[in-house]
Design a protein around this ligand. Structure first.
Ligand code: PGA
Length: 255
């Protein structure tokens, strides 16, 4: 079954407030239903720019996403932001457990699990849950286990209501931001493993209808369709190339 593709931009912490506003305006000029094919399009922007960009995207077809979320709804959690607040700011999606947070902030899959649970139970936001092996785990004997284990820890026991969805983002950590994406054959193998693991974990119906699995890691205008044409690849998570509005719009239009 071919699912509707979702193309997700991750602007990380790469832009100032003014630059974020300007890029958001360029997105709305270049991306519309006429040229975006049948794709869903999401921009995950810095927390500080959410409320302003929410206004810019209001009449646009681009959806707004956060880059992180905390697992409690409210309380003494300095610096954190909850799913209901993200929703209030206009978010429809949020990235959970990006590898940069796992690396620099020691976020682990127990925390990621709590975050996914909280997003689903306290808001109507769709979590974009990141998984992916690092260079040490890359060995073909190890990586299947690593990926299956990450999925189990992040999503084990999660129950989705009929209208809810989860996006799983597979990003080989060693390829993020390098400009060198993995071979499409390799991605095909990993997405097949992920599909089997998801069926084991959540059942075939939920996996078919309520989960989309996207590929991320050095996706560009040149290589994007090498990935989206693969089985079990339902879209893309794009860092660097999403900062150039024209390149991002080209990726959206061509997939
Ligand atoms: P990249 O980043 O496209 O720059 O490799 C992807 C990501 O980290 O989400």
């Amino acid at each position: 079954m071919n699912k509707k593709k979702i193309i997700i931009a991750n602007w990380k912490m790469k832009l100032s407030f003014a630059e974020s506003i300007s890029l958001a305006k360029q997105y709305t000029e270049l991306l519309n239903e006429g040229n975006a094919g049948d794709n869903d399009v999401v921009a995950c922007v810095s927390t500080m720019a959410l409320s302003s960009i929410s206004e810019i995207f209001r009449s646009s077809f681009v959806k707004l996403g956060g880059q992180d979320v905390f697992w409690e709804e409210k309380g003494s959690y300095t610096g954190e932001i909850s799913a209901p607040i993200l929703e209030e700011l206009g978010c429809s999606y949020v990235i959970v457990g990006h590898s940069e947070r796992r690396q620099y902030l020691l976020e682990n899959y127990q925390m990621i699990h709590q975050k996914v649970k909280s997003v689903l139970s306290t808001s109507q936001i769709t979590p974009i849950v990141c998984i992916g092996e690092n260079l040490k785990e890359r060995d073909p004997d190890k990586r299947d286990y690593v990926i299956t284990d990450q999925l189990q820890q992040a999503l084990g026991g999660i129950k989705l209501l009929p209208k809810q969805e989860i996006i799983v983002a597979y990003e080989p950590v060693w390829e993020i931001g390098t400009g060198q994406a993995i071979q499409p054959d390799d991605a095909a193998t990993m997405h097949k493993i992920i599909n089997v693991a998801l069926i084991d974990l959540l059942g075939i119906d939920v996996t078919k209808h309520q989960i989309r699995v996207v590929y991320g890691g050095s996706v560009t205008g040149e290589n994007s369709s090498d990935f989206t044409k693969l089985d079990h690849v339902d879209g893309l998570l794009i860092g660097g190339a999403s900062l150039k509005a024209e390149e991002f719009a080209k990726i959206v239009a061509s997939n």
